[in-house]
Design a protein around this ligand. Structure first.
Ligand code: SF4
Ligand code: SF4
Length: 318
């Protein structure tokens, strides 16, 4: 898997955004957005590595003036298209996605993005127009959340019958508003409560990265029976940035990066990335992780690496 970060601009200012470090640095270095040559070069790089999916991210990727063109480039290369968006899209961007068969197009819309009334109206139009291409996503910053509205959107606009759930992870230097791992059990409990509603509607709940097994305690079986698709992974993929830079994920963007020029293809870069990350997988987000049976059996990955690194920093640096 690899994500192309085609623009560092965004139309919203979410305080939980864990791309904040990366975006700020890129903009400071005058890397505003990719041009077509760069997008093509990254596309070739991923195709050579055997990847047949074009994943577009930002900032807000649909703000790129050539967004529709990039979508078409991906399709011409035989790729499926996945877009991560706040849903506040221009008409050309929406039309480019609406023209694709839902089989080859997945638009993950983050419903937690901080939108004003005008943006909310545009986002609603996007849901209506893109219908079955859309998966709703939520970034959880506290245990006070409800999926009632999501269920209504899914039913009204025939969206995909899944909700992608992300925990608000920190950047490893803590530039954003993030969940402290001590809050995870409360999130687990709140998810259980919401899962009865989603189960009634046949909607599954898909865990994004950084979920841990112990946050669900005894509720785990009930939750999975209600359609929660548990997966515990912290798997930095390849985030392909302007200027030929490859970062493991936004949360770790200031930790290290690789250069496209050093690798023949995305697969080789992924292997190098995996090696660089390996030492960070030997401990978890809590002191007790190293003795945990779930960690030993890999039923739990030990949580978000950026959160693990936060744990190691002296209090004064936080
Ligand atoms: S490895 Fe750590 S985070 Fe995972 S279940 Fe065990 S104690 Fe919890
Ligand atoms: S460090 Fe791992 S869990 Fe944290 S944001 Fe990156 S990929 Fe996700």
């Amino acid at each position: 898997m690899a994500n192309q970060i085609i623009t560092n601009y965004c139309s919203t200012h979410c305080d939980f955004c864990f791309a904040v470090d990366s975006r700020r640095r890129m903009l400071r270095e005058n890397h505003f957005q990719m041009d077509e040559t760069e997008v093509r070069a990254w596309l070739d790089f991923t195709l050579r590595g055997g990847i047949r999916e074009l994943r577009l991210l930002g900032g807000e990727p649909t703000m790129h003036p050539c967004f529709d063109k990039f979508v078409n480039l991906g399709r011409e290369a035989g790729c499926t298209v996945t877009v991560f968006s706040n849903g506040v899209m221009s008409k050309p961007a929406r039309s480019a996605l609406a023209a694709l068969d839902p089989e080859v197009c997945n638009v993950v819309i983050n419903m937690s993005a901080s939108c004003g009334n005008r943006e909310l109206r545009i986002r609603q139009e996007t849901l209506e127009m893109l219908g079955p291409r859309v998966s709703l996503g939520y970034t959880l910053t506290s245990a006070a959340f409800s999926f009632r509205e999501a269920v209504t959107w899914i039913e009204n606009y025939r969206l995909r019958r899944n909700i992608r759930i992300g925990l608000a992870h920190p950047t490893w230097q803590g530039a954003n508003r993030a969940l402290h791992p001590k809050c995870y059990p409360m999130i687990g409990q709140a998810l259980l409560e919401q899962s009865f509603l989603t189960a009634e509607h046949g909607i599954s709940l898909d865990a994004d990265c950084g979920f841990v097994r112990c946050m669900f305690g005894n509720s785990f079986d009930r939750l999975t029976a209600n359609g929660f698709r548990y997966i515990s992974r912290c798997s930095p993929v390849l985030d392909l940035c302007t200027g030929g830079r490859i970062i493991p994920c936004f949360g770790l963007s200031n930790l290290f990066s690789l250069n496209q020029a050093d690798f023949p293809d995305a697969e080789a870069a992924f292997q190098a990335m995996t090696e660089r990350i390996r030492p960070l997988r030997t401990f978890g987000i809590y002191p007790e992780c190293s003795k945990c049976v779930y960690f030993e059996t890999e039923e739990c990955c030990g949580g978000c690496i950026a959160a693990r690194l936060r744990r190691l920093q002296p209090m004064g640096d936080r």
